[in-house]
Design a protein around this ligand. Structure first.
Ligand SMILES: [Zn+2]
Length: 457
């Protein structure tokens, strides 16, 4: 048993002052009370549930920030040229490279306050495109990386079969491909086995995108796939993808998905940037969640998600860091909100009925839909019987020390940075304290050596 006493702790109804959280040896909350510290570790900070990172491609962290040289500024440089650079990286990495890069990335996520990541995983095979003896070799590496960093992981192995709508896979996509549904289900089974190595690991499943799997196989995969775990899919990210879908599927991507599959609240539609009003309402009606990745979507020039209309219909959304060009959850929330403000010339773009505070609204959405993206249906912030996973902001940081409880959460969401955290606690243990991960030195050394070997930065 261990106890922490925080200056305040965030619950759904608001902040509890002087909250004492008692946890058992596995990091499960036994009791939350206000008042006497007893043997508790006193923390002069504000504890909130840890952020949920609902969309990650870990290997892409190795190229974060290095796709910004545009030598020929007359030539097109867009999502599709960036994708070529990403393919080249994907072809160079060995399993141990994936583990080192992912460990560094996940440790950085923890430093920024994320306590759980959904890894949208499609880099499955060896450099020649041959399955490893262990089909889930890379999945196992990603889980090992999460265990090293101390973050929880939902591994979401992706079905990737085609090279584009109606096209055979191209040679540079060879590491991604499962030719048949049976191949994909074998990969899923091996991935399920891999999750057993780490108690912080769980499984999701999904389809990389509508362009990556034959339409009839998408239907069958969803019909025959697992029923009670999250289903993830990239959808409607790029305008070209919309036009290609209209030609090949005769419908827009989200329109096709809603008309041809049984979309439920287990669905997590990643990006969903380009939507008609009917599609927005259709997603909200189905109960499906949207995963927004504002820093990556901005970096790739995707477009702006129609949040106002979606939230009017009660739509649910989470955040993810996707290509990892940004890892700050507060920045994801701000970019998302500011995109709405810049295009609507309004400031109250990030509110819902019953929740007038923008910071509280954004934080709650990202937390609860984020948990669903992990397969965690818990809707209460902190609760006895659940693991204690928290990010803690410094109560002595000037803006936070001087804010009323009412203004504290929005002061964090809109005006804080990672230097204002005291650390991140996962399963009741500090994984990052004062901005340093508990295994910082080894993790950084391994990452730097690995990237030097890859010769990409
Ligand atoms: Zn993605």
């Amino acid at each position: 048993m261990k106890s922490y006493k925080f200056k305040a702790l965030l619950q759904q109804e608001g902040w509890i002052d002087n909250a004492v959280v008692t946890i058992d040896n596995s990091g499960i909350i036994k009791e939350i009370s206000a008042g006497t510290a007893g043997e508790a570790e006193v923390v002069n900070g504000f504890a909130m549930p840890g952020f949920q990172n609902a969309h990650s491609h870990a290997f892409q962290y190795a190229m974060a920030g290095i796709a910004e040289r545009h030598e020929n500024h007359e030539a097109a440089d867009d999502f599709w040229t960036w994708r070529e650079a990403m393919y080249q990286l994907a072809l160079t990495m060995e399993p141990e490279d994936i583990e080192h890069v992912a460990t560094m990335l996940y440790a950085e996520m923890v430093r920024h306050g994320y306590t759980h990541v959904a890894e949208f995983h499609y880099l499955h095979h060896d450099k020649n495109g041959q399955p490893y003896n262990n089909l889930a070799e890379h999945g196992e590496r990603l889980i090992a990386a999460a265990a090293n960093a101390g973050i929880k992981i939902t591994l979401v192995p992706m079905f990737y079969q085609k090279g584009g709508f109606g096209m055979d896979p191209q040679p540079r996509q060879r590491r991604f491909i499962s030719p048949t549904i049976a191949d994909y289900f074998r990969l899923l089974e091996a991935s399920h086995n891999a999750t057993r190595a780490y108690e912080g690991a769980s499984l999701g499943y999904g389809i990389h995108s509508l362009r990556a799997v034959q339409p009839s196989d998408i239907n069958t995969t969803i019909k025959e796939g697992p029923k009670n775990i999250p289903f993830h899919i990239h959808i409607a990210e790029q305008l070209k993808e919309i036009e290609d879908a209209k030609i090949y599927l005769k419908q827009r991507p989200v329109e096709w998905l809603l008309n041809n599959t049984e979309v439920t609240d287990h669905f997590h539609l990643v990006h969903a940037t380009h939507l008609t009003k009917e599609e927005i309402h259709g997603i909200a009606r189905s109960g499906a969640n949207v995963v927004l990745c504002p820093s990556t979507e901005g970096n790739l020039g995707d477009g702006i998600f129609p949040l106002k209309e979606f939230q009017k219909k009660g739509g649910r959304w989470s955040i993810g860091t996707d290509s990892h060009v940004g890892l700050n959850p507060l920045e994801e929330l701000r970019i998302l909100d500011y995109g709405q403000r810049l295009t609507s010339h309004q400031r109250n773009t990030f509110v819902a009925s019953g929740e007038p505070d923008s910071g509280a609204y954004g934080y709650k959405q990202a937390l609860l839909a984020g948990r669903k993206a992990m397969g965690n249906e818990n809707t209460y912030y902190f609760e006895a019987g659940k693991p204690f996973d928290a990010v803690v902001y410094n109560a002595e940081a000037a803006l936070l020390a001087s804010s009323s409880a009412e203004n504290r959460l929005s002061s964090i969401v809109y005006a804080a940075d990672v230097a204002m955290t005291l650390g991140t606690i996962i399963n009741g243990k500090w994984k990052v304290k004062n901005n340093i991960h508990s295994d910082h030195r080894d993790i950084v050394n391994n990452f730097v050596q690995c990237v030097a070997k890859l010769k990409i930065r």
